[in-house]
Design a protein around this ligand. Sequence first.
Ligand code: SAH
Length: 226
Amino acid sequence: MAVARTFAELRARMVTKQLAEQGISDPRVLQAMREIPRHEFVPLSRRLAAYDNRALRIGEGQTISQPFIVGLMTQLLDLKGEEKVLEVGTGSGYQAAILSKLAREVHTIEQYPRLAERARQTLERMGITNVRVYVADGSSGLPREAPFGGILVAAAAPKAPHPLLEQLADGAYLVVPVGDVRGQSLQQWQRKGEEFVSRNIGAVAFVPLRGEMGWHGDDWVKSVKQ
Ligand code: SAH
């Protein structure tokens, strides 16, 4: 007989099977992902799939990343709790909600007003008050709030955007998928004084980063043929 599972049970299972057993080990990250109700961030018609091991459509041709990737990117920021963090690509607001539990303050930028507005409403409904959502091109960051104790880019860039590296506090990490429509590599950059050290984490698949430091016009699609 089929057993109806509550969202909380599905979420606990997601954390064990898709995160902890796959190498996400930061207890604070696991706890945040146990707490934040992912199903609240996806369209009503997709709620039952909210805890599946995959990305989901959220409108405007955009997607909320699969839980493992959210956990991995968050863990790579190595947050301690007192940071001011920047996210580029708010989408549903789910990643921002996770960050809100792990840092003091989150600034998140979305290019589509409709997604930004929906994310704002969801975060408010959740009682989350330390996230500020902006509608803008976030590919060059948010200089007036810099430096940041961590920067997470949730869309694929042609290369790690220089303005974002410059907005890192000393010792802080930038996590960004770099590559084209055929595939990308997740990169972790750390600022050490005026030096930047980078590490390739592995293959990922994201929607394109647009804007000044992102992909322009058809270049993203055309990159297939090159
Ligand atoms: N972090 C999101 C998923 C992001 S999908 C979540 O948890 O749901 C990537 C998002 O980046 C999309 O919403 C897209 O519109 C946005 N985006 C792409 N380029 C951008 C840019 N230059 N500035 C701001 N947002 C951008």
